[in-house]
Write a protein that binds this ligand. Structure first.
Ligand code: KIV
Length: 279
């Protein structure tokens, strides 16, 4: 079994202040999700700026249909694995369904666990103006917060599916207000998911903190994709907003089939892969 190579010496560690500077200087922020030490090491080697341990691990790594069944304990387990392999990237842990909705006290306790046990440097909360007071409390407690508005996967049942948001005047206004309220509450950045490109551009221009788009057009301050989408790790169609950079599913399946053939035909292992009696 291979173990992780030591990370490069002294990479410049990214922090919230870097993202504010990147927005000011119009430098785009590259964000990807990772769920374990292997995928975090890939992101590190690629120079990804911010690693999100997304609750999308529910419908990718864990095989659920939605993110709703993902528990805080599962997020902490995966977040800690990512944290062990990360060095330069800023680390954000997604707060799963209902972990920030029951009470302020419970929210503070849950987010503190994401930082202390999960090894994350910030948390991400789904929700707009209605979660702004919670964001304010977290920031006051010293926990950096990334907002997330637009298409909210944790609201899939309430909204009747995964639908682009902000196409009518009322929801567009709500999204503008939410972005402003989250900025005022102290969020350091906001994910804009599944909203029309012109609205995302307008929101991006209207706030001082960086927006990170996913299915929100080309004018956000940064972009995020779910790792398994961008690397083609899962067989099947990909959403319109995904650009496919690899088809790892095909490569992995072909490699495993070749391995199985070799084992069955007696071509592996050979002497080359065997230990002799002498040391
Ligand atoms: O869970 C996740 O991966 C996310 C991103 C899609 C933004 O929330």
């Amino acid at each position: 079994m291979s173990t992780h190579a030591p990370p490069p010496a002294d990479p410049v560690k990214l922090r919230v202040t870097h993202f504010a500077a990147m927005k000011r200087e119009a430098r785009r922020i590259a964000v990807a999700t990772a769920y374990d030490a292997i995928t975090a090491a890939w992101c590190e080697r690629a120079g990804i700026d911010l690693i999100l341990v997304g609750d999308s691990l529910g419908n990718t790594a864990l095989g659920y249909e939605t993110t709703i069944p993902v528990r805080l304990e599962a997020m902490l387990h995966h977040a800690a694995a990512v944290a062990r392999a990360a060095r330069r990237a800023f680390l954000v842990g997604d707060m799963p369904f209902m972990t920030c909705r029951v009470s302020t006290e419970q929210t503070l306790v849950n987010c503190a666990r994401m930082i202390q046990e999960g090894g994350m440097e910030a948390v991400k909360l789904e929700g707009g103006s209605e979660v702004a007071p919670m964001v304010e409390r977290l920031v006051a407690a010293g926990i950096p917060v990334m907002g997330h508005i637009g298409l909210l996967p944790q609201s899939v049942h309430q909204r009747g599916g995964y639908r682009v948001q902000g196409r009518d005047q009322q929801t567009a206004r709500q999204l503008r207000d939410s972005a402003r309220d989250l900025e005022l509450a102290g969020a350091f950045s906001i994910v804009l998911e599944g909203i029309p490109a012109p609205l995302a551009a307008e929101i991006t221009r209207s706030i001082q903190i960086p927006t990170i788009g996913i299915g929100a057009g080309p004018d956000c301050d940064g972009q995020v994709l779910v790792l398994s989408d961008l690397l083609g790790m899962i067989d099947g169609p990909r959403p319109k907003f995904v650009k496919s950079y690899a088809t790892l599913h095909d490569q992995a399946a072909a490699a495993l089939a070749a391995y199985a053939d070799d084992v069955r035909a007696g071509r592996f292992p050979t002497a080359e892969h065997s230990y002799g009696a002498e040391p």
